[in-house]
Design a protein around this ligand. Structure first.
Ligand code: NAP
Ligand code: ZN
Length: 350
C-alpha cells in the first residue's frame, strides 16, 4: 500500500495536521485521482466535531472533490488518464438493490459507502478529499465537462447535487415562486439553479448583509429574517421553499410562507429536532420533505447542466493551512460562498 499527503484531524474537534495517510492499491475498477481542489462542506464540520454522533478518527474529510485521472485499473472503461473528474459524498454501494439499479445509490439497501467517516465493504475506513490523491471505484467518479473550471466545479459534487436534487424532484421551473433559507454553500447553489431553471427566487437570510449578493446570484428579492414579522409578511407566497440552514429553525414560521399544496424541502442537518404544529401542514395540505444528496446519474446530469448554462460555485480558494480558520468562518455564516482548498498547498510533511 502506498500513501498520500492529507489534512487529518486526530480526534473530534482537533486542529488539522498535514500527514501521510494510506492510499489503497488500485483495484481492477479503480480510478486514481490527482485531487486539485476540495470544497469545505458544513457536513465536514458537523462530522469532525462529532455533532452527528460518534465518528471515525483519525479523519480526512472532504466530499467535494475535483481533479484529474492519474491512473486506472485494468477493468476501467469510463475514465482514462488525464480526464477531468469529480467525486462527491459516496464511493461505493452494493450496485444490485432496487435503489442502486434506479440510480439512487444514496439509498442503497446494503448501505452506501460514504467518502470519509465511513467503512468500505472491506471494513477499511474511508478517507476524503482534503488530500493529494484518492482511489475510487469508477462507478462513483463523474466527468467534469470542459467549460467548468475545476475549482468552481468541486462544490458541485455535494452542494450542487444536494440542492439540484430537490429542485428537480419538486418541479421547480418557469413560474415557480421559490424561497431559499440560508445563503451559504448549499443555499447559493439553490439560488443559482432555481434562477437558471426560470423560477422567481427570494433569499431568506438572517440579515441584509448578503442582499446585494442575493440579487447577483439570480434572486429577485432578499428578505432579512431576524425579525419574524418580515417572514410573516410573506404569508402564502411560495410554491417551494428550500431550507439549507445548518442550525435550529422555527419551521412553523416558514410553513406560513408556503402557498396551499406548497413544499418545504429540508436539506440542512442540524443535530437538533424540528417542531412542527400539525395544523400548519394540514391547513393548506402542505408538504414537509427531506432530501439526501443525489444519485450518480443525477450528479452527472447536474454537472452537464452547469457546463451548458455557465453555472459554477462562487468560491474563496484557500491553502491547507487556512482550513481551521475557514471552519470558524463557515460556522459564523461568513463564507462567500464556498471555501475550496487548493490541494497543491498540501506540502509533504518532513
Ligand atoms: P453553510 O455554508 O454554513 O450555510 C448555512 C447557512 O445557514 C449560513 O450561510 C446562514 O445563512 C444560515 N445559518 C447558519 N447558522 C444559522 C442560524 N443559527 N440561524 C439561521 N440561519 C443560520 O452550510 P452548508 O455547507 O450550505 O450546509 C448547510 C446544511 O446542509 C448543513 O447542516 C449540512 O450538514 C447540510 N447538508 C445536507 C446535505 C443533504 O444531503 N441533505 C448535504 C450537504 C450538506 P445566512 O447568513 O444567509 O442566514
Ligand atoms: Zn457536503
Amino acid at each position: 500500500m502506498t500513501t498520500t499527503t492529507a489534512l487529518q484531524a486526530a480526534s473530534a474537534g482537533a486542529p488539522f495536521e498535514v500527514t501521510q495517510v494510506p492510499l489503497r492499491d488500485l483495484r481492477d475498477d479503480d480510478v486514481l485521482i490527482d485531487i486539485k481542489y476540495a470544497g469545505i462542506c458544513h457536513s465536514d464540520i458537523h462530522q469532525v466535531r462529532e455533532e452527528w454522533g460518534k465518528a471515525i478518527f483519525p479523519m480526512v474529510p472532504g466530499h467535494e472533490i475535483a481533479g484529474v485521472v492519474a491512473a486506472v485499473g485494468p477493468g476501467v472503461t469510463r475514465h482514462k488518464v488525464g480526464d477531468r473528474v469529480g467525486v462527491g459524498c459516496m464511493v461505493d454501494s452494493c450496485g444490485e438493490c432496487e435503489f442502486c439499479k434506479d440510480g439512487q445509490e444514496q439509498f442503497c439497501a446494503g448501505g452506501a459507502v460514504m467518502t470519509y467517516n465511513g467503512r468500505g465493504y472491506d471494513g477499511e475506513p474511508t478517507r476524503g478529499g482534503y488530500a493529494r490523491q484518492i482511489a475510487v471505484t469508477e462507478r462513483f467518479v463523474c466527468s467534469i465537462p470542459e467549460g467548468i473550471d475545476l475549482d468552481v466545479a468541486a462544490p458541485l459534487l455535494c452542494a450542487g447535487i444536494t440542492t439540484w436534487s430537490p429542485i428537480r424532484r419538486w418541479g421547480v421551473g418557469p413560474g415557480s415562486k421559490v424561497a431559499v433559507i440560508g445563503l451559504g454553500g448549499l443555499g447559493h447553489m439553490g439560488v443559482k439553479f432555481a434562477a437558471a431553471l426560470g423560477a422567481d427566487v427570494t433569499v431568506l437570510s438572517r440579515s441584509d448583509a448578503k442582499a446585494q449578493d442575493s440579487l447577483a446570484l439570480g434572486a429577485s428579492a432578499h428578505v432579512a429574517t431576524a425579525d419574524p414579522k418580515a417572514v410573516k409578511a410573506l404569508r402564502g407566497t411560495f410554491d417551494f421553499i428550500l431550507n439549507t440552514v445548518s442550525a435550529d429553525l422555527d419551521m412553523n414560521l416558514y410553513l406560513g410562507a408556503l402557498k396551499p399544496l406548497g413544499v418545504l424541502a429540508n436539506v440542512g442537518l442540524p443535530p437538533s429536532n424540528f417542531s412542527i404544529r400539525p395544523g400548519f401542514v394540514v391547513s393548506g395540505s402542505k408538504v414537509v420533505a427531506g432530501s439526501n444528496i443525489g444519485g450518480i446519474a443525477a450528479t452527472q446530469e447536474m454537472l452537464d447542466f452547469c457546463a451548458a448554462n455557465g453555472v459554477g460555485a462562487s468560491i474563496e480558494t484557500i491553502s491547507a493551512s487556512e482550513v481551521d480558520a475557514a471552519y470558524e468562518r463557515v460556522v459564523a455564516g461568513d463564507v462567500r460562498y464556498r471555501f475550496v482548498i487548493d490541494t497543491a498547498t498540501l506540502e509533504a510533511p518532513l
